[in-house]
Design a protein around this ligand. Structure first.
Ligand code: M6R
Length: 615
């Protein structure tokens, strides 16, 4: 969780690194720093705060010249966010400079050892320990930087993506990865280093993604050597052509990435089913599923692992798979699953869902399931991500880059992929009739249009947001397929507006949460026509008789809830199993507008980061 950028070549490194850090700020934004070699010496500027604060500070502090440099935007793990703990960190001799994304778990014992040998430390970070460990190895073993990095990393337990250089040999940058992503952009006699490709998209479309346990020595005029950290063997670099465009990672006139991404959902969903949902032929084509159909058909059960919003998509999928494909599904928080000694057999299929494809807990859950012989299928958005590579097969969501920290289009496209999978499986098992299958295809194909229609309620939702923005608590209720949407709605509100919110199955309310209801409690109830409508109406009556404020998410033309609720937001009618793709939209918009009205930083909420590559 931290963003890394580096440059080595003929251009001025400063603007490339600063712009790159701004694009990576979604990965962490509590401090930032840069180190440049200006032709004579190392210049470092770093500060608590955002990249904009770094720009202001470096303006006064450094000359900003130099064609070798590294920069960092931080999400604090070890040590509070302050100037001293910000990266880059410099070794005791002042010669080596490093940036790091990850956690060195055994840093305390390494630090003690280094202190006993006379090293001193300014910061509380594990990273400062690592740079001094590399320096110590370099001196003790009398080896070059690359070798020193390799030896040092073999003593380290934890996760890292690092970039390090020596001010006495500034024509070379050494990078390495284990558990945190790292890409190299290859231009004409110039090299870019970054946590993802966005910082170098306008310079080159050729990229190498380092694999775990690989390191690269990048030399100006000489090129790149990639080696395995453990056994020193050389690796043939695989250069990928990036498909990503610059426009996809810009706000395109929207005030925030989150709003842009909410509005991109019709396109994202269409892109996700394009080429897979073939309505006229009445088939679903998904190579990853097709090629492994036996595994799916023979599975005793499907286990879904994920975190956060992706976990909510997994919960929706549980309802869909069980309803359509009649296969038992268990949905697990990856962080719990990996540590609770779960029973996994070769007859299990594990589906891992992750937007970033880098979430540490999900990745660990995959490795655990694989080690027990389960077949592992990935549903990821980021192409070439660690999870996409680690899984046996998979299906991408094609949502395009999601930059706002609050997940929106990732959620709806994950549900789209999972629905396609469930339908494909249902067909293969004969669990769905041909007419029902065709009807699902037709309805799913119409979802993007219906999302567009749902987005038209934005002005009305803004008025509701204004009425409830000062609330301290909020309840979200839903049943069946829409219970996970209630959880997701609550997560959206709390993560960007910092208003406490809880999601519950509507019927659970009377087992406790109803005690919270009074005239100050807004309750958002998903009460669409299909799916326990009458029962949800009864729940609404229970809330109303306790003076709670009701915001109903209802099907167009609804009469009953309209009479009871303080406000209603209408969505078009669809099949019950597809309704989460629509009911989610107003909840995203409501959270977004409340957070904006409260003056919160919607795209970069406090304490969060987009991809959680630490435990
Ligand atoms: O990249 P992933 O989908 O694996 O991320 C999982 C969660 O960290 C993520 O969904 C998080 O909960 C978001 N902030 C939710 O908006």
């Amino acid at each position: 969780m931290c963003g890394i950028v580096g440059y080595l070549g003929p251009r001025e490194a400063y603007p490339i690194i600063i712009e790159g850090l701004k694009r990576l700020e979604y990965r962490g934004y509590d401090s930032a720093g840069i180190a440049l070699f200006d032709g004579n010496d190392l210049k470092v500027s770093k500060t608590k705060g955002k990249v904009a604060d770094l720009e202001a500070r470096s303006e006064k502090e450094i000359t900003k010249h130099g064609s070798v440099g590294i920069g960092h935007t931080r999400w604090a793990t070890h040590g509070v966010p302050n100037d001293v703990n910000s990266h880059p960190h410099i070794s005791n001799s002042g010669e080596l400079v490093i940036i790091h994304n990850g956690i060195i778990e055994n840093y305390e014992s390494l630090k003690k050892e280094l202190i006993s040998r006379g090293y001193t430390f300014q910061s509380d970070t594990d990273t400062e320990v690592l740079v001094n460990l590399i320096e110590d190895v370099k001196k003790q073993e009398k080896v070059k930087l690359g070798k020193a990095v390799q030896i040092a990393l073999n003593q380290v337990i934890g996760a890292y993506a690092i970039a390090v250089f020596d001010k006495n040999k500034p024509e070379e940058i050494v990078i390495a990865r284990l558990g945190s992503p790292l890409a190299i952009g290859i231009g004409e006699d110039e090299f870019f280093i970054a946590s993802d490709a966005s910082p170098f998209l306008e310079y080159t479309k050729d990229a190498i993604y380092l694999e775990d346990e690989e390191m690269a020595i990048i030399r100006f005029h000489k090129g790149i050597k990639i080696r395995k950290i453990k056994d020193d063997s050389l690796v043939d670099p695989y250069i990928q052509k990036l498909q990503l465009n610059l426009e996809e990672i810009e706000k395109s006139g929207y005030d925030h990435f989150m709003l842009k991404e909410i509005h991109e959902q019709p396109k994202a969903i269409t892109d996700t089913y394009r080429g897979r949902l073939l309505r006229h032929e009445a088939i679903i084509k998904m190579a990853g599923v097709e090629d492994n159909m036996k595994k799916f058909l023979n599975a005793d059960r499907i286990i879904i692992v994920a975190c956060g919003t992706s976990w909510h998509a997994g919960l929706v999928a549980e309802y869909i798979f069980e309803d359509l494909a009649r296969v038992p599904v268990e949905v697990e928080y990856a962080s719990e699953f990996r540590y609770r000694n779960p029973i996994i057999t070769e007859k299990d299929v594990l589906i891992a869902i992750s937007q970033s494809g880098e979430t540490a807990d999900t990745l660990a859950a995959i490795k655990l399931a694989k080690s027990k012989g389960a077949f592992v299928f990935g549903v990821c958005n980021v192409v070439g991500s660690s999870i996409a590579r680690e899984t046996d097969a998979g299906a991408y969501t094609h949502a395009g880059p999601e930059i706002g920290v609050a997940s929106t289009k990732a959620f709806t496209t994950q549900i789209t992929v999972l629905t396609l999978m469930a339908l494909r499986l249902a067909r293969a098992k004969g669990a769905i009739s041909s007419s029902d299958f065709r009807n699902h295809l037709l309805e799913l194909e119409m979802i993007p249009k219906k999302v567009e229609e749902s987005l038209k309620s934005e002005a009305h939702i803004k008025m509701i947001a204004d009425a409830y923005k000062d609330s301290h608590n909020c309840l979200y209720l839903g049943r069946g397929f829409n219970f996970p949407v209630a959880l997701e709605g609550a997560l959206k509100l709390k993560e960007i507006s910092y208003i406490h919110a809880e999601g519950y199955p509507a019927a659970e309310m009377k087992h406790g949460p109803i005690a919270l209801i009074d005239e100050n409690m807004p309750v958002i109830v998903i009460a669409t026509k299909k799916g326990h409508y009458e029962k949800v109406v009864s729940n609404i009556q229970e809330i109303k008789s306790r003076k709670g404020k009701i915001i109903g998410i209802v099907t167009q033309g609804d009469v009953q809830v309209k009479e009871l609720a303080d406000h209603v937001i209408e969505i078009p009618e669809t099949l019950e199993s597809l309704s989460p793709l629509l009911t989610t939209i107003p909840l995203q918009l409501l959270s977004y507008h409340i957070a904006v009205m409260l003056g919160k930083n919607v795209d970069q909420p406090r304490n969060l980061a987009k991809s959680v590559t630490v435990e």
